[in-house]
Design a protein around this ligand. Sequence first.
Ligand code: BG6
Ligand code: MG
Length: 217
Amino acid sequence: HHKGFIFDLDGVIVDTAKYHYLAWKHLADELGIPFTEEQNEQFKGVSRKRCLEILLEWGNLKVSREQFDSWLTEKNQDYLQYIEKMTEDEVLPDVPKVLNFLKAHGVPMGLGSASKNARPILKKVGLIPYFNTIVDGTQVSKAKPDPEVFMIAAGDLKLPPRDCIVFEDAIAGIEAANIAGMTSIGIGDPETLSGAKYVFKDFTEIDLDFIKELAEL
Ligand code: BG6
Ligand code: MG
């Protein structure tokens, strides 16, 4: 195959972006730091640690290593409470349609996520078998917009970056795909994701002819 597809997880395959937001909001409220959904856009695709650093910068808080780590743990435990309750129903609309189509045509697929919880989430929603490689936050050292996560996935799929198509809901993720020289497809708001080559509100707006063209089938 000439082409391969790399999917971000949170906000692309599953609607976990809302859970990340709720967990950060909870912590921000506790610390008395204002935190809006608009600010949350800057957290998308960004590692847990980096998110907390940014939040504390906004709140002008300097804290000890121990305090920092304990807030990281608190945020994740809060997040995991939402994840535990997840079912297959939380796979976003028409994502299975695209995954099934690509799988049926033998197109290589990878996951490229900043999350350390990516594997357990994929398992919960039953999507592990679709992916030829799963690259997550436990494997990468440089966070998006650094292209590391997508470059590792492309390497695993044995494809040059120009033959990879990336689906992303995060500004940082679109940037990472572009820097890597991959085709970037934004899922979300066209204004927010103006750096993407194509943008769709969600997968229900993507038809299989377009996927077929991208995949050069
Ligand atoms: C990304 C999310 O996929 O994973 C970010 O878009 C999140 O919002 C990051 O901070 C890290 O996730 P986790 O599960 O390791 O805290
Ligand atoms: Mg995302």
